[in-house]
Every structure is written in structure tokens, then in C-alpha cells.
Design a protein around this ligand. Structure first.
Ligand code: SF4
Length: 425
């Protein structure tokens, strides 16, 4: 069984809602036809999910077109003591977002098409203004970056366009992520109906893989060296770098040639993680599936083996090192969450799904314990007494009270516990 009230993408747990309108970028794979709303806090599924990377309002409807709602989700994550990076990916205007403090590991990723274009709802002017505001004007500082996407053959992939974005990144101290175009069958139809003639790079076809040619990648990496600006092929690599994580949370280091790890500023960090992982004697990990840890020299990615991915890189059939072997069939989102939490990739069969298996969901008792622990851990004051502790516990148990599990049960339990210690039992 899958949990269908929470949604996962390749790199994020998703919290947000879609709108009826957005910025009308022609290349967007989200059409707004299907309305989405996912508001569940990650920790309400499993306390471990407090560590997950979360994207806010990454459905159809830019986060800065719905600032109040975006802030509402951020405040909910903050109140829940969320620990993982929280990302706002936007083409909107940052002046609409108040300069306020969030106790979150917050990141603004400014999405750009690299040029001013009829295909794009953003502009280079807005990109510059947003980055300038982040670097120079705002009192409350958060991580930020540039997401140059999608890079499309013959449209926005010239050396001039790429160099211009790298210069902007240099000016405002922003790392860059880039990727090609992902095209769903619906989007392919939309292109056809609207006479939009985007072409895939040679050797690729449009599909899941956001491919760009080697030549275009070379321009990015050459510019990265020339201007000393970190560039990343994958969003998770960029976020992991910006937020000082000890590895790419999406475990792309299993495909080091494809990801050009040797050119990456995180290379040593990811390598240390791999070395420690491969010498560790860990035999089981905190995941809800029966598993073993195995060593493989030539693991083949299941997406390639099952024919879903038609454009595999040689790395995809040469995966080395320790992996988690799971016999049961799980979902692609389960695989992602396992990578995010453990840093291990998974040897198993899986179905493509934006949902995870219900095995992740912890029971009510575990949720209540987590809620009390989390509330007490997030106390900001250092002097207090038992009434303060009672108050904090009251706040945390209030959300779990039911007719069968009411406050008198709790008080009865507290009195019983005391009686066991003071001899009045
Ligand atoms: S070293 Fe490789 S896996 Fe690690 S962050 Fe860089 S590109 Fe990603």
C-alpha cells in the first residue's frame, strides 16, 4: 500500500498547493490542469523525515505568486523543528517576500532561462534584482543559488548565454545548477499544438532524462573554472554543497563520471563519505524494509534494466560499492527516501511513483513520543520549572487528544509514575 497524501519528486519532499495560473513558461512540464495540494508535515509520517529536503510550492504556481501560503508552510515546518534543507525555487520577484527570520535551513533557488525569451516567464532583470537583494539588501540571510534550466538545444545554450549567467553568479556569489529539458507526453503534445520546435540533443530523445550534450556541459565546466564559480549537474548536489552536508543527499556519487565528480567542489566530501561507508561494519539501517547490506562491483541500475531509461551512461551499468539489497518491490520514492536518509543506493525492483509505501508511517504511540521529545528539544529558554515542562508537554499532547485518549489518562499516568517513585503506590 502507498501513502497517497504526501508527494515526493526526484529531489524533494513536496509541501504546497498548485494555482490556476503561473508565469506561462512554454517548456514547463506542469500544466496546472491537475490541481495539487499536499500539506502534511514530513515528520507526521515518520520523525526521521524531519531530516528530509523539502520544496515548498513547487507545483504549478510559483512560490512568490502565493507568498502568504509559502510563508504559512515555512512557519509550519519551523514550528515542527524541521532540520533538513527547505527550498523555494522561484522565478518570481523576491521583493514580494518579507525580510523576516525563519528558524529553518532555508534556500532560495532563482530559476533562470539564461536569456530573455518568449518561451520564458522570467527575465534576466528579475534574476539580477533577486540576487542583488539576497547579497546586498536583506538583513536575514539565507542560502541562495541560480538554477539554469532547462537548457535547450539551440535556444539558450550558447557560450555567450552561459558565460553571462556564470558572470552574474560570480558577481552575487551564487553557485549554479543546470539541466536539460524533461518532456512528458502531454508536454510533447503541447509543443506540437503550439508549433514549439524544441529539439533534443543528438543521441537523446525527449523523456525523463534531462540531458544536455557533452559540448554544452563542457562550456559550463570551463566557465566554472574560468570564473571560479561552482556548477552542478544535479540540484541535490548544489543544495548539499550550499548547506554543508557531508555528501550529496541523492547519492549521485555512485555515477561519478556522468556527474563529473572530479570537477566538483564537493568531490572530496563525497569521497570521504564513500570511503567511510565502504569500510563501516554496519549490517542494518533504520528503514522499514527487510534488507541486507551487500558489496557489488558492477551493479546495473534498475531503470536501465527494466527499459524505463533508454539513454544510460556507462556509469549506470557499473555501480560499485556497498548497496542495500531489498527483496520486496517498492516505489521509486521509497528508493529516494532511502538514499536521502542513508546515502546508500538500493538494489531492488521498484515502480515509478510519487508516493512512498505505507511501511514508513509510524503508529500513533510513536508519533506522540516524538511530538513530546520534539517540543522539549525545541525549548529556547534555559531557566524554568516543572510548570514550564508541563506546559510544553501540554502543547505537544493537545494535538493527540481524543475521547479514548484524553487529558485525564495523561494526568493519571503522571500520578501513577510519581507514586512508583515516592512510595505511595
Ligand atoms: S562529488 Fe559528485 S555526487 Fe558529490 S556533490 Fe559533486 S557531483 Fe554530486
Amino acid at each position: 500500500m502507498q501513502l497517497t497524501d504526501s508527494c515526493f519528486t526526484k529531489s524533494f519532499y513536496m509541501m504546497g498547493q498548485s494555482l490556476k495560473g503561473c508565469l506561462n513558461c512554454s517548456y514547463c512540464r506542469l500544466t496546472g490542469k491537475e490541481q495539487s495540494k499536499y500539506e502534511k508535515l514530513p515528520s507526521s509520517i515518520n520523525p526521521l523525515f524531519r531530516q528530509l529536503p523539502v520544496a515548498v510550492n513547487l507545483f504549478y504556481g510559483d512560490p512568490l505568486l502565493q507568498v502568504e501560503k509559502t510563508i504559512e508552510y515555512l512557519r509550519a515546518l519551523e514550528a515542527d523543528n524541521h532540520k533538513g534543507p527547505v527550498i523555494i525555487i522561484t522565478k518570481g520577484e523576491i521583493w514580494k517576500f518579507p525580510d523576516i527570520k525563519f528558524d529553518l535551513d532555508l534556500h532560495f533557488a532563482f530559476s533562470t532561462f539564461g536569456i530573455n525569451s518568449k518561451y520564458d516567464g522570467g527575465s534576466l532583470r528579475t534574476l539580477n534584482a533577486n540576487l542583488s537583494s539576497m547579497k546586498n539588501d536583506r538583513i536575514h540571510k539565507y542560502q541562495y543559488s541560480i538554477e539554469f534550466r532547462p537548457v535547450i538545444k539551440g535556444i539558450n545554450d550558447s557560450q555567450e548565454a552561459i558565460e553571462n549567467i556564470v558572470k552574474i553568479a560570480k558577481k552575487y556569489d551564487a553557485p549554479i545548477g543546470f539541466c536539460g529539458l524533461q518532456v512528458t507526453p502531454e508536454l510533447a503534445n503541447y509543443f506540437k499544438e503550439n508549433n514549439i520546435n524544441f529539439e533534443p540533443y543528438e543521441g537523446y530523445d525527449f523523456g525523463l532524462k534531462k540531458a544536455v550534450s557533452k559540448e554544452v556541459e563542457d562550456i559550463f565546466y570551463n566557465m566554472s573554472e574560468k570564473y571560479n564559480v561552482p556548477v552542478f549537474r544535479k540540484t541535490s548536489c548544489l543544495i548539499s554543497y550550499s548547506h554543508g552536508l557531508n555528501r550529496d543527499y541523492n547519492a549521485h556519487y555512485y555515477r561519478p563520471n556522468e556527474m563529473r565528480c572530479s570537477k566538483c567542489v564537493m568531490n572530496n566530501t563525497c569521497k570521504s563519505f564513500i570511503q567511510e561507508r565502504d569500510i563501516s561494519e554496519v549490517t542494518s539501517l533504520n528503514i522499514p524494509f527487510k534488507h541486507t547490506i551487500i558489496n557489488k562491483d558492477k551493479h546495473v541500475c534498475y531503470l536501465f534494466k527494466s527499459g524505463v531509461c533508454k539513454f544510460a551512461n556507462p556509469d549506470c551499468t557499473n555501480i560499485k560499492g556497498k548497496l542495500i539489497k531489498i527483496e520486496e518491490r517498492i516505489t521509486s520514492s521509497d528508493v529516494r527516501v532511502i538514499k536521502w536518509l542513508t546515502g546508500y543506493t538500493v538494489d531492488c525492483e521498484f515502480d515509478e511513483s510519487e508516493f512512498i509505501s505505507d511501511k514508513w508511517s509510524v503508529g500513533k504511540f510513536a508519533q506522540m513520543i516524538d511530538s513530546i521529545k520534539n517540543q522539549l528539544e525545541s525549548i529556547q529558554y534555559t531557566n524554568g520549572d516543572l510548570s514550564d515542562i508541563g506546559n510544553e508537554i501540554g502543547i505537544s499532547i493537545a494535538k493527540h487528544l481524543t475521547e479514548d485518549n484524553n487529558v485525564n489518562d495523561f494526568i493519571h499516568g503522571v500520578k501513577h509514575g510519581i507514586s512508583l517513585i515516592d512510595g505511595t503506590h
